[in-house]
Write a protein that binds this ligand. Sequence first.
Ligand SMILES: Cc1cc2nc3c(=O)[nH]c(=O)nc-3n(C[C@H](O)[C@H](O)[C@H](O)COP(=O)(O)OP(=O)(O)OC[C@H]3O[C@@H](n4cnc5c(N)ncnc54)[C@H](O)[C@@H]3O)c2cc1C
Length: 368
Amino acid sequence: MDNGLVDAVVIGGGPIGIETSIELRRRGIESLVCEAGALGHTIAWWAPQTRWFSSNDRIAIAGVPLHTVDQSKASREEYLNYLRSVVDQFHVPVKTFTKVQSLVPVDQSDEPKWRLAFAGQTNSLETKAVILAIGGTDFPNRLNVPGESLPHVDGYLREVHRYHGRRVLIVGGRNSAVEAAIRLHRSGARVMLSYHGESLPTDGIKYWLRPEIDGLIRSGSVPAWFHSRVIRIDSDAVHLQVQTPAGEEEVRVEADDVLTLIGYRQNQTLFQELGILSDELEPKPIFDPETMQTPRPGIYVAGTAVGGTQSSKYQVFLENCHDHSTKIADHLQRRFDSRRSTVESLSLHRQTESLDNLRQRIGLQPES
Ligand SMILES: Cc1cc2nc3c(=O)[nH]c(=O)nc-3n(C[C@H](O)[C@H](O)[C@H](O)COP(=O)(O)OP(=O)(O)OC[C@H]3O[C@@H](n4cnc5c(N)ncnc54)[C@H](O)[C@@H]3O)c2cc1C
């Protein structure tokens, strides 16, 4: 990567970053996609064979149909294959393992220009527009209890095979936790559940998971502690504070693995640096919903990044973000077209001027 100037840089090689880059190309605007991890990094860290809950037509991008072998909802693997094919089909220039560390304005007098610096690299890149399609699930939420950093405590579900025959305490009660509990139970782990609510939430759990988890808990196959909070984790056990009708009691649950599946947080460093975060309790980037441009000229936000760190009830998904790409491309096309026509009329003006000079020098009158 050199110090050249590119029309636009898309930060984030998830589905919306890729879709935006393709939409820009369709308008004649070249962009480079910088991705901190592998292509589709967020989906790549899902446990193998996790399925989308959205139907395929709603997570397809750039107008390319997404088909699966058995017409069911796409799995992680099928979607990553699809994403690679879309990138190859449209020759989207993606720089993987290229994390954008900072964004600084360069000469804002005429038209916006930004310089990007990358983690672990000395070179930088200048661009006229930046699209922050950085998603919102960079770090697992933490319990903030002693023992959370022990090696058997994890915020991600891994390949289910590794949990066979092990005692696994899952902390959480929403989709990720419930899906993990069912899958691990089926794969031969001894699963237990701790959730702070008095029962599993009545809404928001995938409708096909609900009856199964209810049945497993009712039958005692998956012991569950509701109204419970983790207070400490040891190498062989988890200590829970459980609220019972008789009062609070501490329960020690023996576990080989602890999965804290309690949601994820957005890395807001770039938004903070740009000063574009709202002052809500859970800050989100500020942007104009018509154009997706933030208060910093030339900086746009797209995809689930607009939702900030979403609480347990997600509102912004891939499926309701597709219009971001067209809004940004519309706005940038207008900006570049008007710039182009100004440059063209300026150069026409200069040509007329130099023709006038020439005529004066050779003593000709325009009429002659
Ligand atoms: C188990 C699970 C199931 C889900 N199922 C669904 C579903 O069915 N339907 C649905 O709509 N959504 C679902 N989601 C949410 C889904 O992950 C998002 O909707 C989707 O990934 C959003 O796409 P995006 O392009 O907005 O962001 P992301 O896919 O999160 O892409 C953002 C990218 O930006 C990169 N990035 C971040 N910071 C930087 C930086 N500084 N420099 C360079 N790159 C950076 C990240 O590495 C990441 O690859 C699910 C999530 C999980 C965890």
